[in-house]
Design a protein around this ligand. Structure first.
Ligand code: AMP
Ligand code: GLY
Length: 425
């Protein structure tokens, strides 16, 4: 790769905790001189400058990036990937980390991802794709017992329904395909067998051909303790997942999943550059793929990035199609992050009111990444979303990181604050 100048200007696209963590990590990099975020949030405003732009408006982002002489754009959200923000940067001649629109179909169409997996022999749940409700009903009735019904398209992490029996599966299918409760993304469904095992999130930084694995994370998707309640965007997580031989799993995931995906995507002329997130179910010796995301996970990014040294060389090399670095060494062996939401998330989201205790949580050895916030007047931060913040701590063990993260949370407060008490328990 060409050697980077030593005061790069980096623009992070997105407005959540993942983008605060990316902006924070870039701002600490000795290679980076300035960080911008589009549109960013209260957290990115503390490490850089926010630009009021829509994450899906690639043309406006490219214009702003050219104007600000940005050297590298890093795309966070799935909506931006699906809207072709990376493609817009490339057309404008701006280096960009993130999947192009067509590569992003690994995430934005579950049918595309499932068919690709079965073509190249990646282990995944048996499935059918249905565009028509009659065929979906017949499939459910001929497969009695539990099934998973999934919206084909993007649904903010809320498009998968694990159904205990055919009756529930028929109801879900009706809601998605007939009543259109998730809009167009749910008009086509994937119906698949239920897998058992331990769920982990795996991450590969990809340059189109090669990949480097990041540490895996155990993510908590349900709203309440004991994995009860509705699916959410993610309530917290920890790393490394207990009882897992991380090196062995990552090596196998690289060989059995990531490398065949990259080869097939190249063959389809949709080379995958960016972060490939593999949602995997581990059971016995099997690594079965639940889903792909074409971007960093949220909240996994907030948990993993602080464990890495400088991520910027990886982002740069991947964006340049010239990934040569080995897997990163970790600064600490473990990390835990707990998300604080405002009640009654995920049922409803309300805005307004300050967050107290950010400095105190930092003094307790935590990093607080803001997820749903706005920069208020005079450095204040205002609640602006359902998932408000994540309090993370690193440590020599998961147990130590966990107690540190929870002691940080005790110092934080905002109106309607709630968090799960069993993350990494
Ligand atoms: P997805 O949107 O495909 O990641 O699904 C969301 C969540 O639903 C996953 O993180 C799993 O917890 C669960 N899930 C999805 N597919 C399956 C499956 N085939 N078997 C069991 N659980 C699943
Ligand atoms: N943590 C789940 C996701 O990013 O989709």
């Amino acid at each position: 790769m060409t050697s980077p100048p030593h005061s790069l200007r980096v623009l992070v696209v997105g407005s959540g905790g993942r983008e605060h963590a990316l902006a924070w990590a870039c701002a600490r990099s000795p290679l980076v001189g300035e960080v911008l975020a589009a549109p960013g949030n209260g957290g990115t405003a503390t490490v850089g400058r926010n630009l009021q732009l829509s994450v899906t408006d690639g043309v406006a982002i490219a214009r702003a990036a050219l104007e600000a002489r940005v050297d590298l754009v890093v795309v966070g959200p799935d909506a931006a990937i699906a809207a072709g923000v990376t493609d817009a940067m490339e057309q404008a001649g701006i280096l960009c980390f993130g999947a192009r629109r067509l590569a992003g179909e690994l995430e934005s169409s579950k049918a595309f991802a499932k068919r690709l997996m079965s073509r190249v022999g990646i282990d995944t749940a048996a499935f059918g794709v249905f565009h028509e409700v009659g065929a979906a009903r017949r499939h459910i009735l001929s497969h009695p017992g539990p099934v998973v019904v999934k919206a084909d398209g993007l649904a903010l992490g809320k498009g998968a329904f694990v159904c205990p029996d055919s009756e529930v599966a028929l109801q879900v299918t009706e809601r998605l395909m007939v009543r259109g409760e998730l809009g167009d993304p749910g008009r086509t469904v994937v119906i698949e067998e239920v897998l058992d095992g331990t769920e982990v999130s795996l991450f590969a930084i990809c340059d189109g051909q090669r990949a480097v694995m990041l540490p895996p994370v155990c993510d908590y998707k349900r709203a309440f303790d004991g994995d009860l309640g509705d699916m959410t965007g993610g309530m917290g997580g920890y790393c490394p997942p207990r009882g897992l031989d991380v090196e062995a799993i990552n090596q196998r995931a690289l060989e059995e999943v990531v490398t065949p995906v990259l080869a097939e995507m190249s063959r389809l002329r949709r080379p995958f550059q960016g972060c490939l997130y593999v949602g995997a179910m581990l059971s016995g010796t099997r690594i079965q793929v639940l889903e792909f995301n074409a971007r960093f996970g949220d909240p996994e990014t907030e948990i993993v990035l602080p464990l890495l040294g400088d991520p910027v060389p990886y982002l740069l090399q991947a964006a340049q199609g010239a990934l040569e670095l080995p897997a990163p060494a970790l600064l600490e062996p473990a990390a835990v992050g707990v998300v604080a939401v405002r009640e009654p998330y995920p049922q409803a989201v309300s805005k307004g009111g300050p967050i107290e205790g950010l400095a105190e949580a930092a003094r307790a050895g935590c990093l607080v990444f803001q997820m749903g916030t706005l920069a208020g007047a005079a450095g204040a931060v205002e609640v602006a979303g359902g998932r408000v913040l994540i309090c993370m701590a690193a440590g020599e063990s998961v147990a130590r990181a966990r107690s540190r993260a929870y002691s940080g949370l005790e110092r934080l407060s905002f109106a309607g604050m709630r968090y799960r008490s069993d993350i990494a328990a």
